[in-house]
Design a protein around this ligand. Sequence first.
Ligand code: HMG
Ligand code: MG
Length: 283
Amino acid sequence: MSDFVEIYEMAPRDGLQNEPRAISVAEKVALIDALSGVGFRRIEVGSFVSPKWVPQMAGSEAVFAAIARVPGVRYGALTPNLKGYEAARAARADEVAIFASASEGFSRANLNCSIAESLERFAPVAAAAAADGIPLRGYVSMVTDCPFDGPVAPGAVARVVAALRGLGCHEVSLGDTVGQARPEAVDAMLAAVLEEAEPAQLAGHFHDTAGRALANIEVSLGRGLRVFDACAGGLGGCPYAPGAAGNVASERVAARLAELGYETGLDLEKLAAAAAMARGLRG
Ligand code: HMG
Ligand code: MG
């Protein structure tokens, strides 16, 4: 029997945020409009973060204003603090995301604060999103390996997942930010996280640096996860995670899921065209 798996398309945000070339609003909009026709339920459009920290995401409000929104597609944004949340709300983001780390080293590098401080900063964002009725997603980065702190204990991931769930995140995405996770480590991490959350409240977010992202997705499927983040064309990386390469390519995830008998609802020809467009944006 076929089983539905959602691919959350992230090329406009996680895919482009690390590109050194300044990509214009028009180019980003063209990519998002192409992705909107593929059948994704959610597309992460941009980030309302400090432009000093991630220059490529400056102008996300102009991108939101210019895209042709397709009914049934939710357009999401990263919001690290209340300032970012207010900008995302003004841009009419359909979903906002707060993003924490399971390792202290990456929390400092990415957010300039400890894990505990980041959670305190997210609390007013979560409260505002709840008051406004905007769905809130959470991310946990460095779920198995951290370039600053080394191996990450499964219990540390589970604690941050529990905190994000406590803030009201309907879904927490588990990030192998640097793409070094081994399937056994992902499985052990999921065993701990599933003590805190149901599979339907979790998503997998695998970068593909070491070529193990598809294997990690299969382990996650075995644990019941049915949402995976990916980037058309395999774009991506995080400017504050040394060694982070591209996210696993949406077209490869879609093809593998089809082989495994899962339904994704995606038009693979349109996805291939959007992936080619995404790769063309690379510097
Ligand atoms: P800070 O420097 O500690 O913050 O940065 P601050 O409050 O002192 O503000 C510094 C300046 O930024 C001020 O401007 C603020 O107004 C401004 P100034 O007075 O100097 O002119 N500012 C903002 N501007 C626009 N929008 C905002 C905003 N907030 C402050 N929202 C901060 C703290 C969190 C802002 C910073 O560290 C930051 O923006 N970090 C974001 C880093 C980021 O986006 N990383 C990539 C995304 S995470 C990722 O890729 C991982 C993921 O894919 C999952 C995975 O793979 O694991 C999600
Ligand atoms: Mg990422």
